[in-house]
Design a protein around this ligand. Structure first.
Ligand code: C2O
Ligand code: CU
Ligand code: CU
Length: 573
């Protein structure tokens, strides 16, 4: 608890409120990105410095600008002296590149994800995701924003000058101890910061400005709005642009969620306005509200009195200055088209029930389980066939609302407790707060492009201490194409003879400059039944592998080459 800070803020208000200029994270707009994860210190307060972790700096990390349909090559070097991972939250990428808890970056090593950016223009983010250490690494400071750009967004008349009329806002609360050190797995998160700036103030021009809001907090939910109930427009949800701007005066974001908003500051030059969180308006069951239990007689254990809980507080002070040279002064009427997945086309429906492991109704800090189980890194909880359209129903039988997040995909919300989703959640989402006390949310999505039988994707609660406590499950997307006919799934790999009744079968890459480094044989259930790393001096664009021990049936051969991974079906007679 920062009693001293609160006291000094109190006195500061009596005299001159000393505020801090909002930090704007540096930007990396390049296909080659280097991120150096490091230990550092940061001067949050006068007196003792705070031990922190950051990417390329003392805290947080640079904003990465990625362009749709381009290939990026990222070098993540771990100088933390302990293992971690780095996850690209919201992005549609292969499980190996996703940076989940299985893709550990050992201390002193560099991880090199390379992928094609497939998402539409949007605001994503990156953060560590090591099993049981996510809150520690994020709370100590590692998190950064990702801005994805595409041609469609570029054609709209929207503010997009970074740091001028297009402002990243990483909103977090943290707990500091009496020695100014960050405490994680804590409910005393009473220090608010934006872009790691406490009590921030920013100068913005008197025109339409775009704010990219990210809730990067461990647990706290924000209910954003401006003083005087000023209206603003939501233009993007987690996964990108809405169909049309939505006129609102409140916007709720739980941990992990993002939104882009436009606020029209035209004619306000010289005035000061406040971005606030109206936490007094939260219903029961939301972390950040007055009493987040089911009702007043069932308070949640350890929901400590915290000056932010249930109060309306300022997030960012905005001083409105002069217009820029080419200001955006109007709000576009349309943004994009969203083609929904149709419920009638769903291939499967799955149910996920969130509840306290103890079965009680007063737990705040968990442990919580999903479908009765905690995360087991060696158990795949769900196997999704590639190209499946699925409805996931998430039900919450606990007293606290949990932000449920799914990797790999963006979903659309079908309904919340049987009603249409709130207007601010009508768009692409990857994280959504599941109402407490029996709330139920149905989402629809499609699992496309990436199949991997070994590396799972995760689904989990994005309250980081719940996630660390095991409120997470694993799913794999598998290519179980039923009619194994022998033709190529991907071009570039030849297999002969196919079908075969011989001892060996030969795999040949059509690209003679490429090399086969390893192969796997996968059965019809999508299980890897053989994996073989090819000895270095055997490496070639051709390789003959033994098939005489295989039972007759249909298989996939997967080859790992210097350049890519190719899969082809074959039949053993
Ligand atoms: Cu933002 Cu699996 O996390
Ligand atoms: Cu994620
Ligand atoms: Cu939770």
């Amino acid at each position: 608890m920062r009693k001293l800070l609160i006291l000094s803020l109190f006195f500061a208000v009596l005299f001159v409120k000393a505020q801090n200029q909002l930090e704007i994270p540096p930007i990396i707009d390049d296909v080659n990105i280097n991120l150096n994860l490091q230990n550092s210190t940061h001067q949050f307060f006068s007196g003792q410095a705070t031990a922190t972790m950051g990417a390329n700096g003392s805290i947080l990390g640079p904003t990465l600008v990625l362009h749709k349909n381009t290939n990026v090559n990222i070098q993540v070097t771990n100088n933390l002296g302990q293992p971690t991972t780095l996850h690209w939250h919201g992005m549609h990428i292969s499980a190996q590149n996703d940076g989940g808890p299985h893709t550990v970056i050992d201390p002193g090593t560099t991880w090199n994800p390379q992928f094609t950016v497939m998402n539409n223009a949007s605001t994503m983010w990156y953060h560590p995701h090591l099993d049981t250490y996510t809150d520690e690494h994020v709370s100590k400071g590692i998190a950064g924003m990702i801005i994805i750009k595409d041609d469609q967004e570029a054609a709209l008349d929207l503010p997009r000058t970074y740091g001028v009329d297009d402002i990243p806002l990483v909103v977090q609360t943290k707990d500091f101890d009496a020695n100014n050190q960050i405490v994680f797995h804590s409910n005393n998160d009473d220090t608010l910061m934006v872009n790691a700036t406490i009590d921030p103030v920013v100068d913005l021009p008197a025109q339409v400005v775009r704010l990219r809001l990210l809730n990067g907090s461990t647990q706290r939910v924000f209910r954003f709005g401006f003083d005087n109930n000023r209206n603003f427009y939501q233009i993007a949800t987690d996964g990108g642009l809405r169909e049309t701007p939505l006129l609102i005066n409140r916007l709720q974001l739980a941990s992990g969620e993002r939104s882009e908003i436009l606020v029209d500051l035209s004619g306000l030059e010289g005035q000061t306005i406040y971005l606030k969180s109206y936490a007094s308006e939260f219903p029961n069951g939301i972390y950040g509200g007055t009493s987040p239990g089911m009702n007043a007689s069932m308070p949640l254990d350890n929901y400590n009195p915290n000056p932010l809980n249930g109060s309306d507080f300022t997030v960012l002070t905005i001083n409105v200055g002069a217009q820029t040279a080419n200001p955006v002064t109007s709000i576009p009427s349309t943004l994009t088209t969203i083609t929904p997945y149709l419920e009638a086309n769903a291939d499967a429906t799955r149910n996920f029930t969130l509840q306290s492991a103890q079965g009680g109704f007063q737990q705040l800090n968990g442990d919580f389980v999903i479908n009765g189980v905690s995360l087991d890194m060696n158990t795949i909880n769900v196997t999704v066939p590639l190209n499946n359209t699925e409805i996931w129903t998430i039900s919450n039988n606990s007293a606290i609302s949990h932000p449920f997040h799914i990797h790999d995909i963006q979903f659309l919300i079908l309904d919340v407790d049987g009603n249409p989703p709130p207007a601010t959640a009508q768009g692409w989402k990857d994280t959504f707060l599941i109402p407490s006390g029996g709330g139920s949310v149905r989402v629809i999505t499609k699992f496309e492009d990436f199949a991997d039988t070994t590396v799972p994707y995760m689904y989990h609660c994005h309250m980081l201490n719940h996630e660390d406590g095991g409120m997470m499950g694993q799913f794999v997307v598998v290519d179980t194409n039923a009619s194994l006919s022998g033709e190529n799934i991907e071009n570039g790999l030849e297999l002969y003879p196919n079908p075969t009744n011989k001892v060996y079968m030969t795999a040949k890459l059509l690209d003679t400059s490429d090399k086969i480094n390893a192969y796997a044989i996968i059965n019809e259930l999508g299980q890897i039944i053989q994996y073989h790393k090819i000895h270095i001096n055997e490496v070639n664009n051709m390789y003959s592998f033994p098939v005489f021990e295989l039972a007759s049936g249909k298989y996939h051969l997967k080859v790992y080459t210097d350049k890519k991974i190719l899969t082809k079906r074959f039949i053993k007679e």
